[in-house]
Design a protein around this ligand. Structure first.
Ligand code: FAD
Length: 470
């Protein structure tokens, strides 16, 4: 039987003494971004290369210690922090593995380590006149690419480039028994059987630890035009998106939707923000066209918006970066403003794009009837049918009681509408520990059994991020 001090010594022998944290120093790594979960880990370990990750995992496997892979720890569903109870848990934090191994401008790829901050992955491609398009609003300086891939992150450019899953050509993964799978291929075509990398993307660290990835790059846009548009209602926003796609094609790379309640929160909590128009509007869309051809895009965008009809109340178009950034600041700071306002009951859902407006109307009517005075904060990636649909009470004391008494009822009500519209209860943030139980009501028995059998095959002892996803 290995004692705790012996285990800590063994970890230190692999990653160095400064690569192991315990006690008070480990506490921040056991607490999630929202402050909802705070549990203790036996240790937080910081490997610096793939071999060290492998040795750490082998040591954990030999001693039946659970492993919690961790990137930037920005998970919104408790995926990246230890679970209460169960086996002793070791957080394996990847942030020391932060090298860009290669940029191949001709192959339009770059090979990066899992601990690279997302924000650090834009410059190197740009210097080679390429674009890495994963755009996660305000969180890019904090989250890491390993976490982005493990949650199949989305962000504002999914409309054009797809989610993280579609940006990956190859992966390197340390399996739950410590073996290293080198799948770092940079091929556009490879039909040699199952696409194994896709198993680990979106698995939230339950099947292995991603240590490196080959990512796709794209031509860098030379011309950009952004519009801020006040629309009549969500139905007009849905129609507008379809109209813009028909008129501007794949040049649209973002289409974000913001409701009045979001704007009011941002103005209250985020300095240097102001109404985008002289008039106060209920529903705003921010959209962008981007193209590699240097010809200006603002005329095309204005023409498309002018030809839409009365669903648009007013709009402005700019090619000026600072003006556009002022609008984007409103969208990018909603999550932060909500955090400062206090807790809310969050939903990260998707429905078919054509049904977003119906979903908002029906779910909101039902919520307002059940909880008079409820504040609905709806915003997000309209272009992907993905709406962040959060609820709270405006008064702080009332809100506390609302969340304590009604959280699961509210989830249930919202998810029933999601199911009615054939949607997903976890469009972006994943399941983590927050939605692990909930999802069992919305996936078929067969789907759940397939997921469990994949988990059992790869991780028979259930050591990899236990209590998350399945
Ligand atoms: P972590 O939080 O550390 O981990 C997330 C999950 O992945 C955990 O289950 C963890 O165990 C696992 N994991 C981490 N690294 C690895 C690895 N190397 N190998 C295996 N498993 C691993 N998400 C979106 O999709 N779009 C958004 O626009 C968006 N905006 C956000 C805004 C804010 C303010 C916040 C707080 C979060 C937002 N998110 C968004 C949530 C999103 O999931 C994360 O921010 C991000 O993708 C997670 O990266 P991370 O490095 O912080 O991962």
């Amino acid at each position: 039987m290995t004692t705790e001090p012996q285990l800590l010594e063994s970890f230190a022998a692999i990653v160095g003494r400064d690569g192991v944290l315990t006690g008070a120093a480990a506490v921040p790594y056991g607490k999630d971004w929202r402050g909802r979960y705070a549990n203790e880990a036996l240790a937080v370990v910081f490997p610096a290369d793939t071999q060290q990750v492998s040795e750490v995992v082998k040591l954990c496997a030999a001693n039946r210690l659970a492993i919690v892979p961790q990137g930037g720890n920005t998970s919104l569903c408790g995926g990246s922090v230890p679970l209460a109870g169960g086996l002793p848990q070791v957080v394996v934090n990847l942030s020391r593995m932060n090298r860009i191994r290669d940029v191949d401008a001709t192959n339009y790829t770059m090979t990066v380590e899992a601990g690279c901050k997302l924000a650090s992955l834009y410059d190197a491609p740009e210097q080679a006149d390429r674009l890495f398009p994963l755009g996660l609003t305000a969180i890019a300086p904090h989250c890491e690419i390993g976490g982005n891939l493990s949650t199949n992150a989305g962000g504002i450019n999914v409309l054009r480039y797809g989610t993280a899953r579609s940006l990956v050509l190859g992966l390197e993964v340390v399996l739950p028994d410590g073996r290293i799978w080198d799948g770092l291929r940079s091929l556009r075509k490879d039909n040699t059987g199952y696409d194994l990398k896709q198993l680990f993307i979106g698995a939230e660290g339950t099947l292995g630890i991603i240590t490196a990835a080959v990512l796709k790059l794209f031509p860098r846009p030379k011309s950009v035009a952004t519009a801020c548009i006040a629309v009549r209602d969500p139905a007009a926003a849905v129609e507008l998106l379809a109209h813009l796609r028909a008129n501007c094609g794949d040049t649209i790379d973002a289409f974000e939707f913001v409701s009045r309640s979001c704007l009011d929160l941002v103005f209250r909590h985020i300095p240097d923000t102001q109404e985008p128009f002289a008039t106060r509007h209920e529903w705003i869309v921010i959209t962008r066209l981007a193209d590699v051809l240097p010809a200006p895009l603002d005329a095309a965008l204005r023409y498309a918006l002018n030809s839409f009809g009365d669903g648009i109340v007013e709009f402005e178009v700019t090619t000026n970066k600072d003006d556009a950034e002022r609008w984007w600041k409103l969208r990018k700071n909603i999550a932060e403003a909500q955090k400062r306002e206090g807790l809310s009951i969050k939903h990260d859902i998707s429905v078919p794009i054509s049904r977003v407006a119906e979903f908002i109307a029906q779910a909101s009517a039902a919520l307002r009837k059940a909880y008079p005075g409820v504040r609905i904060v709806a915003f997000g990636h309209m272009g992907d049918g993905n709406i962040h649909y959060n609820t709270s009470m405006p008064d702080a004391a009332q809100n506390k009681a609302f969340i304590e008494r009604h959280e699961s009822e509210v989830h249930h009500l919202v998810y029933e509408f999601v199911a009615r519209f054939q949607g997903s209860i976890a469009a972006e943030h994943g399941l983590g520990q927050l939605k692990r139980e909930e999802v069992t009501h919305y996936k078929s028995e067969l789907e759940l059994e397939l997921m469990r059998s994949i988990k059992r095959t790869l991780d028979p002892h259930g050591l990899m991020n236990p209590g998350k996803v399945v």
